[in-house]
Structure formats: C-alpha cells, structure tokens
Design a protein around this ligand. Structure first.
Ligand code: ST9
Length: 607
C-alpha cells in the first residue's frame, strides 16, 4: 500500500461547488463527467505509479557529482517522472497552440493536488512545458518558436531569482547581464536555492533568470525594477531544430542537503565562471520582475496546493491508524477489565481528527475557489467583458497570498501537532509517512515568499493598494451568505466577519497614524501575519459552511448510505470549525485592536 491516500470523493464535491460546470460550459471536448474520468485516471497514476517514489527519493535522494557538476536522480523518481511524462496529463497546462489540451484552472489544480500529494518533488521536475506556455505569451517571435521546441523535447525549467544575499529581498540581486554584439547576453553571478536546478531527467534545462543589465541606459538600476529576465539554457541548441549544441556556462556548483523534500534537487547555480553563460532577453523587453511574477503566482498556488494535499493524505493516514489502533478503555467505561477500544473512540483523538479533516477539506475548497476566480476571469474575457474579467483576476490576486500563506502555515502546524500525534510514538518512526510529511511540508512556509512576505503582500498590495475593493466584495459575499445560512454556523460567520473587518480597520488606522508617527507602521508589520491567518480561517469557515448547506439539501432529497455518511461528515466539519476554530478570531481582533505591545519598542539588544 502506498503512503498516498487521496480524497477523490471530496475533491469532486469541492470541484462541483467551485463552479466546474460553469467553467466547462464553453468547452467542446469536456463536460463534468469526462473531467471526473480524468481525475479518476490521474488519481490511479498518483497512487500507483508516482507515490512509491515519495519515500524512496527521501531515503536515497539525488546525488551531486563534483567532477561533472551533474545531479543524478534515484531510479524510483525516474520511473515516476517517466510515468507522468508518458501519461500526457501535463498537456492540460499547455496552450493549444503548443500542442496542449488546456483545461479550466480548477481542474488543473485538482489534478495537481493528486500528484503533489503523491510526490511533490516529482511534480516540480515536470513544469518545463508550463514555463514554455508562459514564454509563449511573453516571448518574442523567435522565443515563441522555442517554446514549441521546449514542449516537444520535454525540457525542464527553473525559476532563478534567489541569491545568497537576495532571498526575500529579490531587489538586492547582483547577478549581471552584459549585452553582446550578436544580441545575446552574458550572465555572471551566483544563484541559490534553485529548484530542479540540475538533474538528469531531461536532456536540457531552461533557466528563467533575473539579472541586472549593464550599460543599458534606463535599465539595470537598483531594486527589483532594475532586473530583466533572461532565458539561459543548460545546453545551447539549434534554434530551428532544437538539436543540442555545446554546454552553456551555467553549472550547478552545489546541491543543498535539506531537512525535507529531499527528492527535489535544490542547487546553487553559477553563471559565467565556467565559460560564458549565454542568455536571451525575454520578449526583448526589460520587464523582468513583472515577467517573473507570472511564474511566481503559479508557484505560490502550487505551494498552497502542495501543503493542502500533504495535510489531506496525512489526515487520511491518521484516520486509518486511529480506526485500527486499540488502546485504553473508553472514558465512560473505565477500569482494568473494561474492553479496550480503537483510539478513534477517545474524545481527544476524535477532536484531533476533526481538526485535520475540516482544515484539509476547507483548504481544498479554498484552493479551488481561488482557481475558479481565474476561470471566471477567462470566461468574461472571452465574452469581451474586460471589466468583469479584471474584477475576477483581482479576486484571485487577493486570495493568492492566503492560499500560499494560510495553507502552508496551518498544514505544517496541524501535520506536526495533530497528524503525527495521532500515531503516538509510532509517528516519530520512518515506518509511517507522518514524519516525512512534517519534514517535507516545512518548506512551504518558507519558499516562494515567506509567510511574512505573503502577509505584507495581502495587506499592502492586495487590500490597501486595491482600495479595499476586492476585499470588500468578498466580505460582502460572505456576510450575505452568513445572513441566509442561519444556524450556529451562520451566526459564527457573522461574528467572524465583524472581527475581521475590525482588524482591518485597526490596521488602516495604524497606517493613517503612520503618516504622522512613522513608527506606527511597524505595528502593521507585526500584525499582518495574524490578520492573514484570521482571513484564512474566515474563508475556510465560509466555504465549509457552504458545503454543509449543500450536503444538507442532498440529504434532504435522499441519498445512498455511503453518500449519506459523507454528507454527514461535511456537516460535522462545518459545525466543528464554527465551534472550535472561528472563535479564535475574537482573540486576534483583541490583540490587533488593542495594539498594546509594540515589538519594535523592545530594543534589539534586549533580545
Ligand atoms: C522559490 C522556488 O522559492 C520555490 C520552488 C518552486 C517550485 C518551482 C516549480 C515551478 C513552479 C510552478 C510555476 C510554473 C509555471 C508553469 C508551470 C506549470 C505547472 N503579484 O512591491 P514591489 C511585482 S523562487 C504580482 O515594489 P519590491 C510587480 O511587477 C524564489 N506582481 O516589490 C511590482 O511592480 P508594480 C521566490 C508582483 O519591494 C514589482 O514586483 N522568491 C507582486 O521591489 C515590484 O513590487 C520570492 O517569492 C505580486 N504579489 O520587492 C520573493 N508583488 O508595483 C519573495 C510584486 O509596479 N519576496 N510584484 O506592479 C517578495 O515577494 C517581495 O515582496 C518582493 C519585494 C521581492 C516582491
């Protein structure tokens, strides 16, 4: 039995709730049933062919050879990669013009959940065609032709921003790009933490690199705006046929030894020290940070989905264990001779499982809701309604830092505090997958922008800079639902909405005060993370309650016993979340509103 336990039933239900049918309304090839058939097949692939590589690549990770500066991935990972490659499912993320079979974003992220849950490292090696899709949008005419070569030849890709002294602060990057007479550029510098930076799964790797152009008037200045994006291939290639030519001067100079996600090859890349690293300016335009964010946005969505997928399989493994592990007598039948019961019959274990269940399922609904906003944007764009399309894109923008920040934080917290705990001491052993889930998921709060970066992005860019428009619209939607939902969940949601709005007002007041007392802005920095997590809790509470109401109506119209149990579980999840999780927004509000403790008033020498 593989480690991976998918939740296909809930995935399909969440897909229905996020408007899959609407997204497919204009599709000539797909309807909901065929979409579900795809999910069934990806699920089989994930569980049977991908999942075995998860532990194998952790115990026997990729190996770096200093002599050849190459990375060899373990056989299990290679098998999984080949299985995914030959399945052709990656074409769902490739534009039609490049031979792809694009599907709505909700369906793409639903299938990605299955693969990321089975082995996230494997998924990350496979994104070359997706990158080529982005290049096809923003590249010049020659690069658009290259995009076809990259897809046809199955080449890998990387996003290359980070440097030893430029992590969160990408604008500190010092890697330089020198223009050449023939229109190419020579890249010089050292980049760090490059996912899939070197490996032997594909014949070539296309690096998408941020560097500062030198000697180009008006460009190459300080900060992120001075960065341009370059394509730097591992091997130079014939631009018409794609035939590989000589090795380019970009080499892996180290492979990181990590706490988790060991199957993913994380490299230091050095440009220009081992021969010229020849690059091409993407789209002939110096617009690097904006171009890179097209990739970053996708990667942030991937991280949130990965975190949710890991929590979901963690929960289902814990649930199976709790049903079979017999320990102790029931609290209401104590004594040495009382019958021992499976641990699922102990109240604290049941509580813990509910914490895991409602967060995993709520986050799934959140990920798909965010993806569906992009589908709605596309539908309106196709109908020529640009204003509505922009509003749905803004709605997705608002949700992205929550998908990334909330899912990663809560998944790691719950995997380490609840999932592993369900197994007792056995959870600490490599015999069960929980310990690897904990190690592999920690990175999600760190890369692609830490939680603090997501929180600042949410407050300053996605709410304040947007004039609060998308936030107000979403909050209005939640309030409207809460009013009609009724019951204890409806009331809990109404109260939680009020708490969240008050938190935002308090942050806005601090910003206004910051104009006269600049130090006050630090309090916004101090509380932004708390606000992001509270926002995530509210969104999950809302989506779970929506699902519970649909479940109730299906129960009312009559279902079979298996479905009935599933729907009862959805109703219990929402009730539990409203009773045990949403009330903590009151504390968040009290802390932010009072703003009595200013962390920056504690001098750094006191710490
Ligand atoms: C990393 C790798 O961590 C992790 C592994 C990932 C796995 C890779 C696998 C592939 C992923 C999948 C992707 C695939 C593609 C297809 C595949 C398909 C499957 N939204 O606020 P300013 C832009 S990599 C949009 O002044 P600062 C915007 O252009 C390392 N755009 O920032 C803006 O201009 P304007 C990850 C945004 O103060 C400009 O930036 N590293 C956004 O100069 C400047 O904005 C990080 O994530 C946004 N939210 O710089 C860095 N924000 O304002 C984290 C900014 O005129 N640090 N822009 O519109 C940050 O994000 C910082 O906030 C900063 C600050 C660097 C942006």
């Amino acid at each position: 039995m593989s480690h991976y336990r998918s939740n296909l039933r809930d995935l399909k239900f969440a897909l229905e709730g996020s408007g899959l049918a609407d997204a497919l309304a204009t599709s000539a090839d797909l309807d909901v049933n065929t979409a579900f058939d795809i999910l069934d097949e990806v699920d089989r692939l994930a569980r049977v062919e991908i999942a075995p590589s998860f532990a194998a690549a952790d115990r026997t990770p990729p190996v770096y050879d200093l002599g050849s500066r190459s990375v060899t991935v373990p056989p299990a990972l290679r098998r999984a990669y080949r299985a995914y490659e030959s399945s052709g499912f990656w074409r769902m993320d490739v534009p039609q013009e490049l031979g792809g079979s694009p599907v709505p974003r909700v369906l793409w992220w639903a299938t990605s959940e299955l693969l990321l849950g089975a082995n996230p490292a494997m998924w990350m090696y496979t994104t070359g065609a997706g990158f080529a899709g982005i290049l096809h949008k923003i590249g010049n005419s020659m690069q658009r032709r290259w995009a076809q070569i990259f897809v046809d030849r199955g080449w890998g890709a990387t996003m290359v921003l980070t440097e030893p002294d430029a992590g969160s602060d990408v604008g500190m990057a010092t890697t330089k790009a020198y223009p050449q007479q023939d229109g190419t550029w020579h890249i010089e510098g050292v980049k760090r933490f490059i996912t899939s930076g070197e490996h032997d799964l594909a014949d070539n790797i296309i690096h998408y690199v941020l560097a500062r152009p030198i000697g180009v008037p008006g460009h190459g200045g300080p900060g992120t705006k001075g960065l341009s994006m370059f394509i730097v291939p591992k091997h130079l290639f014939d631009h018409e046929t794609g035939e590989l030519l000589k090795r380019n001067g970009v080499v892996a100079t180290a492979l990181e030894d990590k706490m988790g996600l060991k199957g993913s090859s994380t490299c230091e890349l050095t440009f220009g020290e081992h021969g010229p690293a020849v690059g091409w300016l993407v789209g002939d335009t110096h617009d690097g940070i904006r171009q890179m964010f097209l990739i970053i946005e996708r990667a942030r969505m991937m991280v949130g989905t990965k975190a949710m997928a890991t929590l979901s399989t963690g929960y289902l493994n814990a649930l199976a264990y709790a049903k079979t592990r017999v320990q102790g007598a029931s609290l209401d039948a104590p004594g040495n001779t009382a019958p021992r019961v499976p641990i699922i019959d102990h109240a604290d274990v049941r509580r813990s499982l509910l914490v895991q269940k409602c967060h995993a399922e709520g986050m799934r609904a959140l990920v798909l809701h965010a993806a569906a906003e992009l589908d709605r944007a596309d539908l309106h764009r196709d109908r020529g309604d640009d204003e509505a399309a922009a509003a749905f894109r803004a709605a997705n923008d608002l949700l992205l830092p929550v998908v990334k920040g909330y899912c990663s934080e809560r998944a790691y917290e719950i995997l380490s505090q609840e999932t592993l705990q369900t197994f007792g001491g056995s959870g600490f052993l490599i015999d069960y997958p929980a310990e690897q889930y904990v190690r592999d998921s920690k990175i999600d709060t760190l890369y692609e922008g830490t939680t603090a970066i997501q929180a600042l992005d949410l407050v300053f860019r996605k709410i304040i800079r947007d004039g609060g428009t998308s936030f107000a619209k979403l909050i209005g939607q939640i309030r409207g639902f809460a009013d009609t939902a009724g019951g204890t969940e409806g009331t809990a949601l109404t109260v939680a909405v009020e708490h969240l709005e008050t938190m935002l007002q308090a942050l806005a007041r601090l910003l206004l005060n910051g104009q006269t007392v600049p130090e006050r802005v630090h309090l916004v920095g101090q509380h932004a993370r708390r606000f992001l997590l509270a926002f995530g809790d509210l969104l999950v509470g809302w989506l779970l309650t929506r699902q519970a109401r649909v479940s109730q109506s299906r129960l009312d119209t009559g279902t079979g016993p298996a479905d009935a149990a599933y729907y009862q579980g959805k109703i219990a999840s929402a009730a539990f979340f409203a009773a045990e999780v949403l009330p903590r927004l009151a504390t968040d509000r009290a802390v932010i509103e009072a703003g009595t403790f200013d962390a920056m008033s504690v001098h750094s020498s006191f710490l």
